[in-house]
Design a protein around this ligand. Sequence first.
Ligand SMILES: [Zn+2]
Length: 201
Amino acid sequence: MSDPAAPARPTPAPMPADPGLPERPDRAGEPTVTGPATTIDDLVSNNAAYADALAPAHLPVEPARRIVIVTCMDSRIDVFAALGLHNGEAHIVRNAGGVITDDMIRSLAISQRKLGTREIMLIHHTDCGMQKVSDDAFRAELQEATGIAPAFAIESFTDVEADVRQSILRVRRSSFVPYRDVVRGFVYDVDTHLLSEVECP
Ligand SMILES: [Zn+2]
């Protein structure tokens, strides 16, 4: 029963139109699968080929180069290729913006205290999606769409180098992270693929 004194629930904003997913192409010899093809289907198939081509091998859980790299979820940063890293050598921790949030500190604490890493490399990048939103506008958008203001900070930024320095300072000031002598920050240019270091006195 509705309470006439209760405030009306906000009407959710309409979701953007879904452009639709392509139909799964017929595959000879495979059972007919109904439903739209998804990228995940492709990736599972890619994985089967990947596993097939590799001999089984077990690497230690501790990264061999004893480094953790914090970067953005951006789809154009191929961390292993861009840094010449190989499987088993580094922890890679990513979120929107490569921002040092509480959850990122949690990962850094585990990485150093339980899995032996000693250096921290922070990589932000040019043309980041987090430069295209504002904290206030996105917070308002979420609240308008759902009726709930998020408990988390949005962490957008405009000046990428200033945000790298902010991230370095957050790591340096966290005693949950015991090894803070080697914490360096960089901006990766998504067009030239070059890193440039950001000094943080
Ligand atoms: Zn980004």
